[in-house]
Design a protein around this ligand. Structure first.
Ligand SMILES: Cc1ncc(C[n+]2csc(CCOP(=O)(O)OP(=O)(O)O)c2C)c(N)n1
Ligand SMILES: [Mg+2]
Length: 492
């Protein structure tokens, strides 16, 4: 093995940078300027991409996001320690930063988030589930810890075939309570496979704090049970994340078996767009961790070495801000020019819908209309956050909205004098949402959506891609209630 700098099972997390950005490692820094700057560029791109996801969510273009701010140093550090396209990564749903730093093109990332044909998963996954065939990134799964046994299996295959590859598997602290986690790491240790198990320990599994997750002080010490080294690392220090991951990866590659790397991080945002973190963690705690921002710390380090300046920062931000919308634009154009046909008509864009023959078909959806014509039926809803993929109980009989569709119970539509395709504007204190009426009703536990060329039955129990749409269950629940409560409805 090339290097052996780090001790496993340390009391304090391994750090190579002080909060002030001084190098505190007891070995010489051997990274060139290009890589040192690249680490910062990637972290900044991840932060800005994450912010962009929130904007897309709020403007109704995506249905879900799992914020990764606070995890940048961990994900970017690990990504750079891998041999890209040679080693395999087994990410989890919060790992878009890892994917970006591993080289997944933004067009694919945004294609996956928005669910268009640019998505390598072809719309089969929720947003925030990266993968790449060419870069050896295994498809992320929502089921916590389910990707860890496949990582061990892949590593075993690498060992048997002598490929010289390593499988790097990332997961959260919550995943370490799953049986799959123990079984997979135990087997990896017994077989001495070339794998590295990386825990992004952000101290919460949704609302469950670390103290309710495990009785051990660290995740790293659980490695004792498997007979492998466990490294306790400051995951908000990009250089510590990089160097420890690099050593663990090279150790695995050299045939010394797997290790467990715990990267202590903090997620600044909520668990996901379906979570309100203010209900379980105090603002002061978040603020305290914000003072340890991984980007600011690394920026101080670069500045000390003359590798960062205000101008460079500005230039980088402008570059990234230009590139992100560009890729969004490209993927939208791609989706436009490359639409799936169904029944000879263009209906929806790059989305899979099950049809009565039991098969999933892509239905092109009309692309979101920028403006709903004046004079459109206006519906004022009492309250609610956003219309996209959300149905709020107090929206009355109006069911819900998703993309450019406003789902409506036929009875309510008739009462309001609306036909399918009529333009409507939903309005609340958060803004306006334009869409067209689609009729949808619940029949014997099944949601029937009335499409122009035939009704589509959606069985909630079927593993239909539609069932993954966050709005689906809520639309279903709302439709079930029928006309229960009416919201104030106004014509302009
Ligand atoms: C097997 C399973 N149980 C529960 C869930 C619901 N769930 C989704 S994410 C999550 C929390 C996981 O937390 P952690 O592993 O710490 O990762 P983090 O989201 O904090 O990065 C849970 C319980 C799930 N997806 N799969
Ligand atoms: Mg967690």
């Amino acid at each position: 093995m090339e290097t052996e700098w780090f001790q496993p099972f340390t009391e304090q997390p391994i750090a190579l940078l002080s909060e002030e950005g001084e190098w505190i490692g007891d070995f010489p820094l051997d990274l060139d300027e290009t890589l040192l700057r690249q680490l910062y560029r990637d972290m900044l791109a991840v932060r800005l991409m994450d912010e962009r996801f929130t904007v897309l969510l709020r403007t109704g273009k995506i249905s879900f996001t799992a914020p990764m701010a606070g995890h940048e140093a961990a994900q970017v550090g690990v990504a750079h320690a891998l041999r890209r396209g040679h080693d395999w990564a087994f990410p989890y749903y919060r790992d878009y930063g890892l994917a970006l730093a591993l080289g997944v093109p933004l067009v694919e990332i945004f294609g996956q988030m928005i669910g268009t044909r640019a998505d390598p998963n072809k719309g089969r996954q929720m947003p925030c589930h990266p993968s790449s065939r060419s870069l050896n990134i295994f498809a992320a799964a929502s089921t916590v810890a389910s990707h860890i046994p496949p990582a061990t299996g892949a590593a075993l295959s690498m060992k048997i075939q002598g490929t010289g590859q390593v499988a790097v598997c990332t997961f959260g602290d919550g995943a370490t309570s799953e049986g799959d986690w123990y079984a997979a790491i135990n087997f990896a240790a017994v077989q001495r496979v070339p794998a590295v198990f990386v825990c992004e320990n952000n101290r919460y599994a949704i609302s469950v704090p670390y103290s309710c997750q495990t009785a051990t002080r660290t995740i790293a010490e659980k490695a004792h049970a498997f007979g492998i080294p466990g490294y306790h690392v400051d995951g908000m220090d990009v250089l510590a994340s990089y160097y420890v991951a690099r050593e663990a990866i090279e150790r695995a590659r050299a045939g010394h078996g797997p290790s467990l790397v715990e990267l202590v991080v903090y997620r600044y945002g909520a668990h996901s767009s379906a979570d309100d973190d203010s209900r379980y963690r105090p603002r002061e705690e978040v603020e305290l961790w914000r003072q340890r921002d991984p980007l600011a710390r690394y920026q101080r380090f670069l500045a000390r070495h003359g590798l960062w300046s205000e101008e460079w920062e500005q230039q980088l931000r402008e570059e990234i801000a230009r590139v992100i919308p560009l890729y969004e634009g490209i993927q939208r154009l791609k989706a436009k020019g490359d639409q799936f046909q169904y029944g000879g008509k263009r209906l929806c864009e790059g989305w899979r819908f099950p049809t009565p023959d039991g098969k999933a078909h892509f239905r092109p959806v009309p692309l979101p209309r920028k403006a709903v014509p004046e004079g459109a039926f206006r519906v004022v809803t009492r309250r609610g956050k956003q219309f996209n993929s959300m149905v709020h109980e107090d929206q009355g009989p109006l069911t819900g909205a998703f993309r450019d569709a406003v789902y409506m119970n036929p009875k309510d539509a008739a009462r309001l004098g609306l036909k399918p395709g009529d333009p409507v504007i939903l309005e609340n204190e958060f803004g306006r949402y334009g869409g067209r009426v689609y009729l949808a009703e619940v029949k014997e536990g099944t949601l029937e959506v009335h499409w122009p060329e035939g009704n589509v039955l959606v069985d909630p129990k079927a593993r239909s891609p539609l069932a993954h749409i966050p709005a689906y269950k809520e639309i279903l629940a709302h439709l079930r209630r029928g006309e229960a409560e009416a919201a104030p409805l106004l014509r302009p």
